[in-house]
Design a protein around this ligand. Structure first.
Ligand code: SAM
Length: 214
């Protein structure tokens, strides 16, 4: 996969931190009541659509996909970082994980009934968002739900280390939910709900539910 500079830097960065990131996140959902509620709602929405696969794009070490699997979702994961995918395969051998980029999503049209991107769109620059959301809409079956999770704010910063002090070179873009919702509408999605997480924190989170119209 040929990658532009920022994409290659993102991949190298997550390859570098993959082990420590998976240590940081392995049990993280246990303490995230509201995130778990959001994932349970997403599982309900997906299961209501019918049978078929759901993709977790930017799945990291696979803990969110594994959680969805426990909720009865037929889920597989895609991530830019080969090291993340290696860990995901090792830790969740019953699930399928593949290396790939959401900027060039190699899935067939209408091949998934649901799509989740949790804190992975945060690494995509503004000018690439329409391309990525275009892929998300294309691969989703009409009527299929989409769930996005991201950092709230309006600034972008270059993260130079993380997850135990390892070197990284990755841009992190914070976005206001209204801005993400507008991008989604422009890409042909219907926005259905949003949840603001930890609004009193310095950097709140948001999860946003949308759907490809049926
Ligand atoms: C902050 S981590 C989030 C991982 C996981 N979704 C979670 O909630 O813990 C961001 C992940 O997005 C992946 N990523 C970044 N850019 C990507 C891209 N263009 N395509 C696919 N995955 C990407 C990174 O490799 C990394 O695993």
């Amino acid at each position: 996969m040929e990658a532009e500079g920022w994409l290659a830097d993102t991949r190298t960065s997550y390859d570098t931190v993959a082990d420590s990131y998976s240590d940081f996140t392995r049990e993280a959902l246990a303490g995230e009541t509201y995130l778990r509620a959001g994932l349970a709602l997403f599982a309900d929405l997906v299961n209501a659509v019918g049978a078929g696969p759901v993709v977790d794009v930017g799945c990291g070490p696979g803990h969110v996909a594994a959680h969805l699997h426990k909720l009865g979702v037929d889920v597989f994961g895609i991530d830019l970082s080969p090291a993340m995918i290696e860990i995901a395969r090792r830790e969740h051998p019953d699930l399928r994980f593949e290396v790939g980029s959401m900027t060039d999503l190699r899935l067939a049209d209408a091949s998934v009934i649901g799509l989740l991107a949790f804190w992975s769109l945060i690494h995509i620059p503004d000018d690439e968002i329409p391309t990525v959301l275009g892929h998300f809409r294309r691969v989703l079956r009409p009527g299929g739900p989409l769930l996005l999770g991201f950092h709230v704010g309006d600034e972008s910063r270059l993260k130079t280390e993380g997850y135990g002090g390892h070197p990284m070179k990755v841009y992190v873009h914070r976005r206001e939910p209204g801005r993400v919702a507008a991008w989604l509408r422009d890409a042909g999605f219907t926005v259905e709900a949003q949840m603001l997480l930890n609004p009193d924190d310095r950097v709140p989170g948001a999860i946003l539910f949308a759907r490809r119209p049926g």
